[in-house]
Design a protein around this ligand. Structure first.
Ligand code: ARG
Length: 405
């Protein structure tokens, strides 16, 4: 009798390679592997595909998800200036829903009963995958081999791999756990687990060390349409290309590193290092344009929604009614976020040095202290009298009780 099919989210790394063997040997399942091209650093994905086939997969599909990721996921992240705990730009959290979508599509296509992933039982990614998959199709079973097997340490896993003919390649030499995509890189584990240790130079691959950065500043113009980057230095390009281009420029100047302690959904604090040169520069520019184009109350209210959005997405609620509702808010606000921002990069810094927009609410006539002032100064006194009325009334009452401020 034919075996049941499981669709495995496969990266070619140690965990998912061991999963690939384990699902066949221990669960007696046939495998359709899916490798997501999300802009990660990788060797030839054809080799990864062949490795999966050599290990007995029915099929291994390499799917380029980058355009979909940029257009339908990273656009929302830009609108939301997405940063969990005000720092982490959600790079892993943003790819889980898009990968889940493809996994579910493939599962439907090949008639799979299960989807499997290689995430550990201690992280956020298991929550994100499983919540997304169950939201998209509750009838699919989910298998998380790393939560079931008793290969507790990396050494045990490698020993098991060797015993079962799983090629472990470079795994032995890898001192960190890395997740990366076109939004950036996340680096954990090894010496980083002691939060007092400074991140070693070798963890960074897309941001230059300051010693290696250019000795002259570089200015870059980023153009936005409805809140989404659509051109760099006067050249129109897709959002996806803007991200790639900015990663290159900002990375060259050593901008975009984060070293933080982060609160995982599963209750654990973890020490995380990230590098996202392009996205951090684009978000900085986006915020500068919002300062100019969003009306005061919207601008002041939006961070509350951004915080909620980032927390929801971090916690794996991409496909959820609250997320949809928050997106509707974001979408409305972004209609007027059109214009150009000039950034200056130098020695690990990125600063906003100019902005312009047809949708600007900045009125030089109102702002100026020079010629051409259009602000009605005579209205100010009455405004202040009424605006301060609550506090002056309170102070008067306090004084009647002998309390001076
Ligand atoms: N802490 C981050 C998050 O939960 C990054 C996770 C990175 N995953 C990894 N396998 N290194 O989104």
């Amino acid at each position: 009798m034919a075996r049941e099919i499981v669709v495995l989210a496969y990266s070619g790394g140690l965990d998912t390679s061991v999963c690939l063997r384990w699902l066949q040997d221990e669960m007696d399942l046939d495998i359709v592997a899916v490798v997501g091209e999300v802009g990660q650093e990788h060797d030839d994905l054809e080799i990864t595909r062949q490795k999966a086939l050599d290990m007995g997969c029915l099929e291994c599909r390499v799917i380029d998800m980058r355009q979909e990721l940029a257009d339908n996921y990273l656009t929302w992240a830009m609108a939301a200036n997405a940063k969990y705990e005000k720092k982490y730009p959600l790079l892993s959290a943003l790819t889980r829903p898009v990968i889940s979508k493809y996994l579910v599509d493939v599962a439907h296509e090949v008639g799979a009963k299960y989807i499997a992933h290689g995430c550990t039982g201690k992280g956020n990614d298991q929550v994100r995958f499983e919540t997304a998959i169950h939201t998209l199709d509750p009838s699919l079973g989910i298998i998380a081999p790393t939560r079931e097997w008793d290969l507790l340490t990396r050494e045990q896993e490698m020993a098991w791999a060797e015993e079962h003919g799983v090629p472990i390649g470079q795994s032995k030499a890898k001192p960190y756990s890395i997740d990366d995509n076109l939004w950036g890189r996340a680096i954990e584990c090894g010496v980083l687990e002691n939060p007092w240790n400074e991140p070693p130079d070798d963890i960074w691959t897309i941001t230059a060390d300051i010693d290696d950065t250019p000795n002259t500043p570089e200015e870059v113009e980023v153009e936005f349409e409805k809140g989404i980057p659509c051109g760099i230095n006067g050249q129109k390009m897709s959002y996806l290309d803007c991200i790639y281009k900015m990663n290159e420029i900002a990375g060259k100047h050593g901008y975009g590193r984060i070293d933080m302690i982060e609160n995982r959904l599963v209750g654990v604090k973890s020490r995380e290092c990230y590098e996202l040169p392009g996205p951090l520069a684009l978000i900085l520019a986006h915020e500068a344009l919002e300062d100019m184009c969003l009306e005061l109350e919207v601008l002041h209210f939006k961070p509350t929604i951004e915080h909620q959005w980032a927390t929801l997405v971090y916690n794996g609620q991409w496909f959820s009614p609250l997320k949809n509702a928050l997106d509707a808010f974001m979408n409305y606000t972004q209609q007027s976020v059109n214009g150009t921002v000039r950034l200056k990069f130098y020695k690990g810094n990125c600063t906003v040095v100019g902005r312009k927009s047809d949708w600007s609410l900045y009125d030089e006539g109102l702002a100026t202290y020079g010629e051409g002032d259009t602000f009605d100064r005579t209205a100010a006194k009455g405004f202040i009298d009424l605006y301060s009325l609550p506090v002056t009334t309170w102070a008067k009452n306090q004084r009647s009780h002998g309390i001076e401020q």
